[in-house]
Design a protein around this ligand. Structure first.
Ligand SMILES: Nc1ncnc2c1ncn2[C@@H]1O[C@H](COP(=O)(O)OP(=O)(O)OP(=O)(O)O)[C@@H](O)[C@H]1O
Length: 633
C-alpha cells in the first residue's frame, strides 16, 4: 500500500491530460493538455465557469470518468497509480449527497466505518470511536441521532447533510479528499463552514484535498492554498491561490473585483451573447491558456515585484508546486485509453473484511431500512387484514356443494395473486431507490457484490413472510379450506416459495429497468400476462401451442397448480339436482383444469428453481450494472 510521502513529492500529479468524448458532431475535446499537482496538507480549488471542465477533471483525477478517450499521465506519490491502492486512499464526496434517508447520522457513518476499516487493525469499538471523533470534528454531534431524511421525510439541514457526506468518507484513512461542488445548494454561511471544516481536516490529517467550487465568497477563496482555473477545458492558471491575482496582473489583467472568484470567472467566461462576442472571448481564453503554458514552461515563477508574501506554513509546498509545474511542461503522453480497454481494467479494490462480516453489517443496515419503511409495513399489514376479511368472508366456511367448487378455485387463485402484487411493487421501489447508493459504495469498493445481494434479498423476507403468514392462517380457517395438518403446512410452504420467487422477480425488474416509473409499468404488465398462463383464466391444454411453454416460466402456474391439488385432492362434492355438469370429486376438478401435470412437491420445487433462476438473473444484472467501468491511466 502506498505510504504518505514527504512534501517534496506531490501526492497526486498529472500531466498532458487530454480527454475526448464522442458527440453527434464528432469527437470533442473536453480537457486540453492539463497538468498540475497537489501536496499533503493542501486545499486546492478547481474553478471556472459552467462547462469549463471542472467536474471532468475531478473525475479523471479520481479515476471515475466513463466513456470517451483519455490520455496523459497521472502519478500517485510519484509512481504510476495502482487502482486498488489508489481507490483505498481516495475519498470522493459526490455533489449529490446520496445517503439512506431512514438512517441516522451516526448510523450512516458507522456503516461506512464498519465496512471500510479493516477488522485486522480496528475493533468494533475503535471504529465507533472513530465515528464519534469525526462527528465532533465536523460539528455533527448534536444531530448524531437525527435521520438523514429526504424524499419528503424531515431530516438534517443541507449543510449538515453535506458534512455527513464528507464524514462518510473521512471515517476511513484517505490521503486524498475530493469534493465535487460541496457548496452547491447551500446558503453562504453553511458553504463557508463546509470549506472551513474541510480546510481544518486537510491540515489536521495532512490530506491533499481537491474541490470544484462555483462562486465562492472572498472568505472562502482565502481558505484555499492552490487554484486550478479552467476555461473551455483549458488550463488558465495552476498555482498558489495567493499568486493568482499577481499573475493575472502581470499579464495586464488587474483585478477589479473585491472577490477574486468573481474576477477569475469574469476573466474566463465565454460570452455567448453573439457569434462575434463568442469568438472574441474564445480567442481571449486561448490567449490566457497560451500565456499560462508559456509561464509554466518558463519555470512558473512570477517576477519578484508581483510575488506576494506566502504564509510560512504553506510556503514550502507552494514553492514545490511551482517546481513541479515546470517539470511537467515538456512531458510526453504516456498512456492512451479508451472505454473498450477500460472495461478490462479491474478497478475493484480487494475486500478489507471477511464476507461474513460484510454480510452481517449490510444485513443489519438493510433490515433497519426495511423496518423503518413504516408506510410499507403499514400497507402490508393492511393488505394482510383486507385479504383475511375479503377472501375469508366472501368464501366463508366453504361447504361441499358445487358452488364451493367455484369458490375454492376463486379463493386459491386470488390468494396467489395477492401474494405477489403487494410485495413486488414496494420491493422494486426500495431496490431502485438504493441503486445510486449501490453505485457509490461499489465505486469505493466498500463490499463484495454477493454480500450486498444476499443481505438485500434476505432483508425483504420478513416483510413478506410475516403479513402473509397471518393472511394465510386467517383465510385458511375462516374460509374453511380442507382441514389437515399436512395440507395446512404444504399450503404455507407453497405460499412462502411463491413469495421467494416473487421477490426474485422484483429484484430482476429493478435491475433491468433504469427508471422507477418504467419499472412500475413493466412489472404489472408482465405479471398480468403471466397470470394468463396460471391455469385459471385459460386451460393450459387449450392455449396456443406456440405460447404453451410460457407456463413453465410462470410462478403463478406452479403456485396455483400446487394449491389446487393440495386443496381439492381427497374432497367429495354433492351435486345439485338440476345440475347437468357436476364435479363429484376434487380430483375431477383438478383434471378439468388440467392442473395435475406435475405433482405438488414438483410444483413447489420447480417454483423454487424458477425463483433461484430469478435471483441468478437479478444478481448478474446487479453485478453488471454496478461494475465500475472507469477509464484509468
Ligand atoms: N460524456 C460527455 N459527452 C459530451 N459532452 C460532455 C461529456 N462530459 C462532459 N461534457 C461537456 O464537457 C464540458 C465540461 O463539463 P463539466 O461537467 O466538466 O463542466 P463543469 O465545469 O463541471 O460545469 P458545471 O460547473 O456547470 O458543473 C461541458 O460542456 C459538458 O457538456
Amino acid at each position: 500500500m502506498a505510504e504518505k510521502n514527504s512534501s517534496t513529492t506531490p501526492v497526486l500529479s498529472w500531466s498532458s491530460l487530454n480527454y475526448d468524448v464522442k458527440t453527434k458532431q464528432g469527437s470533442r475535446r473536453i480537457l486540453h493538455n492539463i497538468c498540475g499537482n497537489v501536496y499533503n496538507g493542501e486545499l486546492v480549488a478547481i474553478m471556472g465557469s459552467s462547462g469549463a471542465g471542472k467536474t471532468t477533471l475531478l473525475n479523471v483525477l479520481s479515476g471515475r470518468v466513463q466513456g470517451g478517450r483519455l490520455f496523459g499521465d497521472i502519478k500517485f506519490n510519484g509512481a504510476k497509480r495502482n487502482p486498488h491502492d489508489f481507490k483505498r486512499m481516495l475519498a470522493f464526496v459526490e455533489q449529490d449527497d446520496m445517503m439512506y434517508p431512514q438512517l441516522t447520522v451516526r448510523e450512516t457513518l458507522a456503516a461506512s466505518a464498519r465496512l471500510r476499516l479493516p477488522d485486522s487493525k480496528y475493533t468494533k469499538a475503535d471504529k465507533l470511536e472513530r465515528v464519534d471523533t469525526v462527528l465532533r470534528q465536523l460539528r455533527l454531534s448534536h444531530v448524531k441521532d437525527t435521520f438523514i431524511g429526504g424524499y419528503g421525510a424531515r431530516g438534517v439541514s443541507g449543510g449538515e447533510r453535506k458534512r455527513v457526506s464528507i464524514g462518510v468518507e473521512l471515517v476511513t484513512d484517505p490521503s486524498i479528499l475530493v469534493l465535487d461542488e460541496p457548496s452547491s445548494g447551500l446558503d453562504s454561511s453553511s458553504a463557508e463552514m463546509v470549506v472551513a471544516l474541510t480546510k481544518q481536516m486537510t491540515r489536521e490529517r495532512n490530506l491533499c484535498t481537491l474541490m470544484t467550487i462555483h462562486q465562492p465568497s472572498a472568505e472562502m477563496v482565502a481558505q484555499f492554498d492552490k487554484l486550478i482555473l479552467l476555461s473551455q477545458g483549458k488550463l488558465i492558471y495552476m498555482g498558489p491561490m495567493s499568486e493568482a491575482l499577481p499573475y493575472f496582473a502581470s499579464l495586464g489583467f488587474p483585478s477589479t473585483h473585491s472577490n477574486p472568484a468573481n474576477f477569475f470567472i469574469d476573466l474566463t467566461t465565454i460570452d455567448f451573447s453573439s457569434d462575434k462576442a463568442m469568438q472574441e472571448s474564445e480567442q481571449h481564453v486561448q490567449a490566457l491558456a497560451d500565456s499560462f503554458a508559456k509561464f509554466r514552461d518558463g519555470g512558473g515563477r512570477l517576477p519578484a515585484s508581483h510575488s506576494s508574501e506566502l504564509p510560512a506554513s504553506i510556503a514550502t509546498a507552494q514553492s514545490n508546486s511551482n517546481i513541479a509545474v515546470s517539470s511537467y511542461s515538456g512531458s510526453e503522453i504516456h498512456n492512451d485509453i479508451t472505454q473498450e480497454e477500460a472495461d478490462l481494467v479491474l478497478l475493484e479494490p480487494p475486500p478489507v473484511n471477511s464476507w461474513l462480516n460484510e454480510f452481517s453489517i449490510l444485513l443489519q443496515r438493510d433490515w433497519t431500512l426495511v423496518r423503518r419503511k413504516t408506510s410499507v409495513l403499514a400497507g402490508l399489514a393492511a393488505t394482510s387484514i383486507t385479504t383475511i376479511i375479503f377472501l375469508g368472508f366472501v368464501f366463508f366456511q366453504l361447504k361441499h356443494d358445487q358452488a364451493s367448487v367455484q369458490n375454492r378455485i376463486g379463493a386459491l387463485f386470488m390468494f396467489s395473486l395477492l401474494c405477489s402484487y403487494p410485495i413486488i411493487f414496494p420491493v422494486i421501489t426500495m431496490i431502485m431507490m438504493g441503486r445510486g447508493m449501490l453505485m457509490r459504495e461499489r465505486s469505493a469498493g466498500m463490499y463484495r457484490m454477493t454480500a450486498f445481494f444476499f443481505a438485500k434479498t434476505l432483508s425483504f423476507y420478513p416483510l413478506a413472510i410475516i403479513p402473509y403468514t397471518f393472511a394465510y392462517i386467517g383465510v385458511y380457517f375462516i374460509a374453511h379450506l380442507q382441514y389437515s395438518a399436512a395440507k395446512f403446512f404444504i399450503g404455507l410452504a407453497n405460499t412462502y416459495v411463491l413469495l421467494f420467487t416473487a421477490i426474485g422477480f422484483a429484484f430482476g425488474i429493478a435491475m433491468i429497468v433504469s427508471r422507477i416509473e418504467v419499472a412500475l409499468i413493466i412489472a404489472p404488465v408482465t405479471m398480468s400476462n403471466l397470470i394468463l398462463f396460471a391455469g385459471n383464466l385459460s386451460n393450459s391444454r387449450a392455449v396456443t401451442p406456440v405460447l404453451r411453454w410460457i407456463k413453465y416460466l410462470c410462478m403463478y402456474y406452479y403456485a396455483y397448480s400446487a394449491a389446487m391439488q393440495n386443496e381439492f385432492s381427497g374432497l367429495e362434492f354433492t351435486c345439485d339436482d338440476d345440475s347437468s355438469a357436476c364435479y363429484r370429486t376434487g380430483e375431477a376438478v383438478i383434471e378439468a383444469y388440467n392442473l395435475n401435470a406435475q405433482a405438488i412437491w414438483l410444483c413447489i420445487v420447480l417454483n423454487l428453481c424458477l425463483g433461484i433462476g430469478n435471483y441468478i438473473i437479478a444478481y448478474g444484472l446487479t453485478r453488471w450494472l454496478a461494475k465500475p467501468r472507469y477509464l484509468w491511466i
